[in-house]
Design a protein around this ligand. Structure first.
Ligand SMILES: NC(=O)c1ccc[n+]([C@@H]2O[C@H](COP(=O)([O-])OP(=O)(O)OC[C@H]3O[C@@H](n4cnc5c(N)ncnc54)[C@H](OP(=O)(O)O)[C@@H]3O)[C@@H](O)[C@H]2O)c1
Length: 335
């Protein structure tokens, strides 16, 4: 079978190589990959900005959907032909995360999914709703689960909430779709006028161009009669957190998700205290979170936004697209 291997830091060290197709042991399933979606994480692992010491070679890629083609001895939960997706943290089933759960991320430190066949633990896969294609299902394990956990688990989303999403990447567009489906109002920020037009078509209640309005919290306050927003998906990081604190309503929840702009931030502690803000950092979600997300998606028939689909051999082009800033998700298809 063909796999993508990263043999050193940088895109120029990506190679397609041949490896024998693995066989599932007890408690494992072999999945024939149909689609792999890319995340900012994959780009960061390839270019060296990911905050971990990586030892090469690795197989990159974390999110896969495909078909079960063989199962290990005694396995009852899945059968050949089942259509499944991967759970990002293979050994985080439920509850609070722990070091073992964190050490079970697909694509590093566990071997990744950019391969024609992927061997996974039965606990690390879930059947996906029949209304989704494999390409759509592959977009869910990191980006959609993260948006779900931010809004519903930590943020306790209510239909009367106003949610702010930053940028138009994978996590943010899932945040927009999930919040709208729950009846909330969504304000979206983007640096691109063209993407602002596209986000309006997805139903955003208001859009702000942050290139034109770097102090975008002023526009947020105008749009919310001076109150601010109830939830913020903070994917930009760095100085953006300061703007988010200014844009937050009293008692608001700010989900610390990303570091597109910077990994450190200087913020006003009195503002946090005075406004009673909840700032919550976390990393993706558990298998249970993924199951809850899948049920919600099925009820609301939410279709993930896929910006582009690339052939397996064109992974470097797909990563370039990710570098330019996607509108939703980038998918690599294998069949
Ligand atoms: N904590 C977690 O569990 C978790 C899970 C998933 C992702 N993340 C992190 O969250 C962030 C977003 O991930 P993603 O997968 O959604 O990314 P993505 O799909 O690559 O999307 C990034 C989008 O953000 C905007 N953007 C890019 N650079 C920016 C910058 N410097 N300042 C402002 N906006 C910028 C762009 O939108 P516009 O062009 O519209 O502005 C771009 O399309 C990343 O840092 C990622 O590592 C964390």
């Amino acid at each position: 079978m063909r796999i993508w291997q990263l043999e050193g830091q940088g895109k120029e060290h990506l190679r397609i190589t041949e490896q024998p197709r693995p066989s599932p042991g007890p408690g494992q399933v072999l999945v024939r990959a149909e689609a792999v979606s890319l995340n900012y994480r994959d780009k960061a692992i390839v270019d060296g900005s990911y905050p971990a010491r990586i030892t090469f070679p690795i197989v990159p890629g974390s999110d896969v959907a495909g078909e079960v083609v063989s199962v290990g001895e005694g396995l009852m939960r899945f059968k050949v032909g089942d259509r499944v997706l991967s759970v990002f943290k293979q050994r985080w089933l439920d509850g609070v995360p722990n070091p073992e759960a964190n050490a079970s991320n697909l694509g590093w430190p566990l071997t990744g999914v950019l391969a024609e066949y992927v061997l996974l633990d039965e606990d690390g896969v879930l059947a996906y709703p029949a209304y989704l294609t494999a390409a759509q299902a592959s977009t869910l394990p990191i980006a959609a689960v993260t948006a779900w956990v931010a809004l519903f688990k930590h943020g306790q989303l209510k239909p009367q909430h106003t949610v702010l999403v930053q940028g138009t990447g994978g996590v943010s567009l899932f945040g927009l779709q999930l919040a709208l489906a729950h009846g909330a109002r969504v304000i979206a920020i983007s640096r691109s006028e063209e993407k602002i037009q596209r986000i309006e078509q997805l139903g955003a209640s208001a859009m702000i161009n942050s290139s034109v309005m770097p102090n975008w919290e002023e526009a947020v306050r105008l749009l919310t009669s001076g109150e601010g927003v109830d939830q913020i998906l903070e994917v930009v990081g760095g100085d953006s957190l300061r703007h988010s604190i200014n844009a937050a309503a009293w008692g608001a929840h700010i989900a610390i998700i990303g570091f597109l702009e910077g990994k450190t931030s200087s913020i006003s502690l009195p503002d946090l205290m005075m406004k009673s803000l909840k700032i919550h950092g976390f990393s993706v979600g558990s298998r249970k979170d993924t199951e809850e997300l899948l049920s919600f998606l099925e009820v609301h028939r939410i279709e993930p936004v896929i910006d582009a689909v690339y052939d397996f051999v064109d992974l470097p082009d797909a990563l370039d697209h990710l570098d330019r800033g996607p509108f939703g998700k980038i998918v690599v298809k294998l069949r």
